[in-house]
Write a protein that binds this ligand. Structure first.
Ligand SMILES: Cc1cc2nc3c(=O)[nH]c(=O)nc-3n(C[C@H](O)[C@H](O)[C@H](O)COP(=O)(O)O)c2cc1C
Length: 257
């Protein structure tokens, strides 16, 4: 079945790359990689993740969407590992993970997921429902360059997420969940190079990042459910996103299973 609106929409975007290439115009601009930073907000450096051995085939077989969580907790290493290996920056220069994270002079163009034209429009946020080590409940931005969390808001937001953010069908999942990870896109970073195609590229990239989260969560014995059933404007509000430039596109809920 062909839905005309969706296909017309896709066709317009698809043609954009042939009709209107911005590449010549903004050559220098699109080489620069942009990072979101909150210089005046409190920063919590995450520890160097301790790597666990695992079997990729087993992880793929075990991956599934979990919607019922048991009472439990996650460790600081779980969180550090999940964030770093889903979306952190890597470098071919260092074989030692601690040097990679600690040294800021590495290549900024290689991360744990691929990005169209290495524009990296995605940003990652954490809403923590249960204290992990010294990290209190609240809303955080993941600073990918420093492998750190920036505290945006302190407080318990489980009820807000249940009442205002999740579609009715998803509300039950919040019970016993430990944290919620949101992925947004700063479309402009990709738009300067790819124009309207940047919408599609961002969604594809979020899928790559999301698969990393899903597979890593199986390694950590955490359950994870990808969620797109949310009210965008309410998520933007919770994360303090300026929706003129940045929009939530995907989210994931985690808990013990
Ligand atoms: C883009 C995307 C959005 C999704 N949104 C939701 C959601 O809002 N609620 C939900 O319960 N599951 C959601 N899921 C999970 C799917 O329902 C699930 O992947 C599918 O039923 C296949 O089951 P499995 O993941 O266990 O293999 C989403 C999955 C994807 C890829």
């Amino acid at each position: 079945m062909k839905n005309k609106t969706v296909f017309d929409f896709y066709k317009n975007i698809k043609d954009f790359k042939f009709k209107n290439s911005n590449m010549e115009k903004s050559l220098n601009l699109w080489r620069k990689i942009f990072f979101k930073e909150y210089p005046r907000f409190k920063e919590i450096l995450l520890p160097i993740p301790k790597v666990k051995r695992f079997d990729i085939f087993q992880s793929l077989l075990e991956r599934k969407s979990h919607r019922n969580f048991v009472n439990g907790s996650a460790s600081l290493n779980d969180l550090s590992l999940l964030l770093y290996f889903s979306c952190g920056i890597k470098s071919v220069e260092f074989s030692n993970i601690s040097e990679r994270v600690a040294n800021y002079n590495y290549f900024f163009n290689s991360r744990m997921y691929p990005s169209g034209g290495a524009r990296f429009p995605l940003e990652v946020y954490l809403v923590l429902f249960k204290k992990i080590d010294k990290i209190e409940c609240g809303v955080y931005h993941y600073n990918v360059k420093r492998h750190s969390l920036i505290k945006i808001k302190k407080g318990r937001f489980k009820k807000t997420i249940k009442d205002k953010i999740l579609l009715p069908v998803n509300k039950k999942m919040i019970k016993n969940s430990l944290f919620y990870i949101c992925v947004s896109s700063y479309f402009g970073r990709s738009f300067i190079k790819y124009g309207e195609l940047s919408l599609i590229l961002s969604l594809i990239e979020a899928g790559h990042l999301g698969q990393n989260l899903c597979l890593l969560s199986t390694v950590l014995n955490l359950g994870c459910c990808p969620i797109h059933g949310f009210y965008e404007d309410e998520v933007n509000k919770l994360l303090d996103l300026n929706s003129d430039v940045e929009e939530i596109i995907y989210s994931f809920i985690f808990g013990r299973v």
